[in-house]
Design a protein around this ligand. Structure first.
Ligand SMILES: Nc1ncnc2c1ncn2[C@@H]1O[C@H](COP(=O)(O)OP(=O)(O)OP(=O)(O)O)[C@@H](O)[C@H]1O
Length: 366
């Protein structure tokens, strides 16, 4: 195993592809996560976020074909089997799923499960495993942790269960946590508390985070870097505040436009008809600003997969799929768009001038 220098990314994903049932749902995804940093993987339902995460975690769906490169701390692990991942899980890479009950057994106490997680990677006496388990619960803000450790998962609230899962992910000091929509099931107040706890626990342990989310606000406020996926490819990437504050691809601009107050108040699509039927097909609400829905991996259009929904699409977009390219040679941002240089300023104007005017009119009155 080769260890990387501290200047290198902790996780380097290059040209990752995931094929299922003869189609490719992840089609050459590249990004990096640096030690201690948070990277958000963002996109609409079906963009390939979870499959990318599962490929990195060594938990792909049965029969999936994985190619490309996934290097964790310099070690190539793309497509590696359980014998390799058993060495990594818990110690170097840990998983926080959306649903805490998916990882917590209902019949064992929370403390026993954390202690078992400790002993699965470290040969320590039971008392020491228990001590670490209670310390981990305390570290995620569970009051009276020693007593709470004796409770069964169903005796915890949803927010406390999710904290316990974060404690379980952190208990063996992994360098990387992969969290797939970790707070979607929680109400907004509890969501913020759990995210604060995760940030504090990461700051204390130095763990990096790969955060899978469809929530732009969460990505912008909780991540250092953002990677925007569309139809299994990276549409745009870079520092999160730059990507969402000044989008350089029509797709990201549409995601951001959908969050503007002018759109939020209308609640329905102003462009196109497809988004109404999309409500029934997808678990997430349709994007107000962007017409239509993302394509299925079974039915990708020729050229840029976003072209059928893109207000800026030209013939070149319908003919050739653009590759991600640096927006400026020395800069940290990439964008995959033939017409990125023709985006208006600000880019959200591509979608709805009126929406922007509504926003500006509202600002003076707060
Ligand atoms: N086990 C599977 N078998 C077949 N196709 C799958 C499987 N898992 C995912 N897919 C397909 O791969 C594509 C990407 O799915 P993925 O779950 O990665 O999307 P996502 O961006 O995480 O979406 P969501 O936010 O809804 O979870 C989708 O078209 C999905 O239908």
């Amino acid at each position: 195993m080769t260890h990387a220098s501290s200047a290198d990314p902790l996780l380097a994903v290059r040209g990752l592809r995931v094929g299922i049932d003869g189609t490719e749902a992840v089609r050459g995804v590249s990004f990096a996560v640096r030690p201690g940093q948070a990277t958000a993987l963002v996109g609409e339902s079906g963009a390939g976020k979870s499959l990318t995460a599962r490929a990195i975690l060594g938990l792909p769906p049965h029969g999936a074909r994985i190619s490309g490169s996934v290097r964790l701390d310099g070690e190539e692990i793309a497509g590696a089997g359980p014998s390799v991942y058993r060495r990594l899980w818990g110690r170097r890479i840990a998983y926080v799923p959306q649903d805490a009950l998916a990882v917590l057994s209902p019949v064992h106490t929370v403390g026993d499960q954390l202690a078992a997680a400790v002993r699965s990677v470290a040969r320590v006496p039971r008392a020491e495993a228990r001590r670490r388990a209670v310390a981990a619960l305390d570290g995620v803000g569970i009051a009276d942790a020693a007593r709470r450790a004796r409770a069964l998962p169903h005796e915890f609230s949803g927010g406390m269960r999710q904290r316990a899962v974060i404690a379980m992910a952190l208990v063996n000091g992994p360098g990387l946590i992969v969290a797939d929509e970790p707070t979607t099931a929680l109400d907004p107040r509890v969501r913020d508390q759990v995210l604060d706890v995760l940030a504090q626990a990461r700051a204390a342990s130095g763990a990096a985070l790969l955060l899978i989310t469809h929530d732009l606000e969460l990505a912008e406020t909780r991540a250092d870097e953002a990677v925007v996926l569309y139809a299994g490819r990276v549409a745009e990437s870079g520092p999160a505040h730059q990507v969402f504050g000044d989008p350089r691809s029509p797709y990201t601009a549409g995601l951001v436009a959908s969050k503007l107050p002018g759109w939020r108040t209308t609640g329905t699509a102003r462009r196109g008809q497809d988004s109404l039927s999309a409500t029934a097909r997808t678990p997430q609400a349709p994007l107000p600003a962007i017409a239509g829905t993302p394509p299925s991996p079974l039915d990708l259009p020729r050229g840029c997969a976003f072209a059928p929904r893109c207000p800026l699409a030209a013939q070149v977009c319908r003919d050739e799929e653009p590759a991600p390219a640096a927006t400026d040679p020395a800069g940290p941002r990439t964008v995959a768009c033939h017409r990125a240089h023709q985006l208006p300023m600000p880019a959200v104007m591509l979608y709805d001038l009126q929406g922007l005017q509504d926003l500006q009119l509202r600002e003076p009155t707060g």
